[in-house]
Design a protein around this ligand. Structure first.
Ligand SMILES: Cc1ncc(COP(=O)(O)O)c(C=O)c1O
Length: 424
């Protein structure tokens, strides 16, 4: 990466699209981020007995080998600080995962972190300088703009292309031209999430090629969030780091939160070339120092065991069933859903039911149908393509999803007849 181009004034791109720096600096930019919609919808769902498909937490446990191995490691006294870079067994197991096997040296290029959240944070804090611009593809996971702000950098949101236009179903594409237009001399990084939360998109070869072109042309770091790497349903997930010419400028973040259904364990990783890893490790040392060693050891054992046992094929199959059940229920209730190619989410168009402000629609769905989803606007800075769209998580057991479907179907006829905010 060359630093020289960074010093020049921005001359092209979405002039004025980046939010201005706040007078109080990065922290006030952070405090002005939207409120906790997740928390609000979960509280609302709990209070009213709604089926909560807003929260992305699995309602089932990961493989038993994890709990047995963690208990064993605790009983064996592995309860003190471990190596800050991560337990060697786990670094090796992470480096050997099929998607990127043989591409990263576990000694110098793999860092174990407290979930992908910490990996993303450490990478941004290590690689961004105050004033750098970061391309965020909207809708995006909410930790990205928060960490950009903490790094003193500037988020430049670019909306995913919604095709065909609103009302005629839902499908999203990487906004290649808009990203190119938004990149300027101060742009230092692009954040990519595939498989994608919330749209369920898995980036294909043409989009990955366009990403590589953009990154090379503008000399960008690519920060890739692959927490759903094992949850693809059609074409397999391909890491941007596996695309020609991207490895040297890419940091891959991942975790076992979703793939082993243990999001409370906080075990994740950052993979990056040795020079970038050295910087990331310094930040990680002062953020969390290390992820819990007994849990790291258990994850290492589970990753080895599942590699032999076809665990992820079965996981994908069960998630495919969940996805199909929920997608069918949404469509049957008059809420067309995009076909999720990956992740644990479906996004559905509610405009056939209501035309309202997205958070109001989400609240009304709880009231009218007893089902909670999240407004897509809570994943957006501007939300230009998000109106009327709700996200539903299908990392739930089949009976929970079937109950959500029953509720949606029985609410549909009454809801369709009454405008949002009407007297029901
Ligand atoms: C896109 C995305 N990235 C990161 C995370 C957080 O991952 P972790 O639990 O490993 O910190 C999530 C959690 O839902 C997510 O959806």
């Amino acid at each position: 990466m060359s630093g020289s181009a960074r010093a020049t004034e921005r001359t092209s791109g979405l002039s004025g699209s980046a939010p201005p720096r706040q007078a109080g600096g990065a922290r006030s930019a952070l405090w002005s981020l939207p409120g906790d919609v997740y928390g609000e919808m979960t509280a609302l769902a709990r209070a009213s007995g709604a089926v909560n498909l807003g929260q992305a937490m699995p309602d089932f446990d990961g493989p038993a080998v994890l709990r047995t191995a963690a208990a064993g490691a605790m009983a064996a006294g592995r309860n003190q600080y471990g190596p800050s870079a991560g337990e060697p067994e786990l670094r090796r197991a992470v480096a050997e995962r099929p998607a990127l096997a043989g591409r990263y040296d576990p000694e110098r290029e793999v860092t174990i972190t407290a979930g992908a959240t910490e990996a993303l944070a450490a990478a941004m804090l290590a690689l961004l300088d105050p004033g750098d611009e970061v391309l965020l593809i909207e809708p995006f996971y909410d930790s990205y703009p928060a960490m950009v702000a903490l790094a003193g950098a500037i988020a430049v949101p670019v909306a995913m292309e919604r095709v065909p236009p609103a009302g005629a179903g839902l499908s999203w594409r990487l906004p290649v031209d808009a990203l190119a237009a938004a990149a300027g001399p101060r742009t230092r990084m692009i954040v990519v999430n595939t498989p994608h939360n919330p749209t369920g998109r898995v980036l294909g070869p043409a989009e990955l090629g366009a990403l590589a072109d953009l990154a090379r042309r503008h000399d960008l770091y690519v920060l890739t969030d692959e927490v759903y790497e094992e949850l693809w349903f059609d074409a397999p997930h391909v890491s941007p780091a596996a695309v020609d010419g991207l490895r040297e400028r890419t940091v891959v973040c991942g975790s076992v939160s979703k793939s082993l259904s243990v999001c409370g364990w906080r075990v994740g990783w950052a993979l990056a070339p040795a020079e970038l890893t050295a910087a990331i490790r310094v930040v990680h040392r002062f953020l969390s120092f290390c992820a819990p060693p007994p849990l790291q050891l258990a994850v290492a054992e589970a990753l080895r065991a599942r590699a032999a046992g076809g665990y992820f094929d079965t996981l994908r199959e069960t998630y495919r069933r969940r996805r199909d059940l929920l997608a069918g229920a949404l469509v049957a209730a008059g809420l067309p859903a995009a076909p999720a190619q990956g992740s644990t989410f479906l996004v559905a168009d509610t405009s056939g039911w209501w035309d309202g402000e997205p958070l109001a629609v989400a609240r009304e769905l709880v009231r009218a149908a007893g089902v909670a989803g999240l407004p897509l606007t809570s994943f957006c800075a501007r939300g230009e393509n998000a109106r009327g769209v709700l996200r539903f998580a299908f990392c739930k057991d089949l009976e929970t999803l079937a109950e959500a479907g029953r509720r949606l179907r029985s609410a549909a006829p009454a809801v369709a007849a009454v405008p949002l905010g009407g007297d029901r």
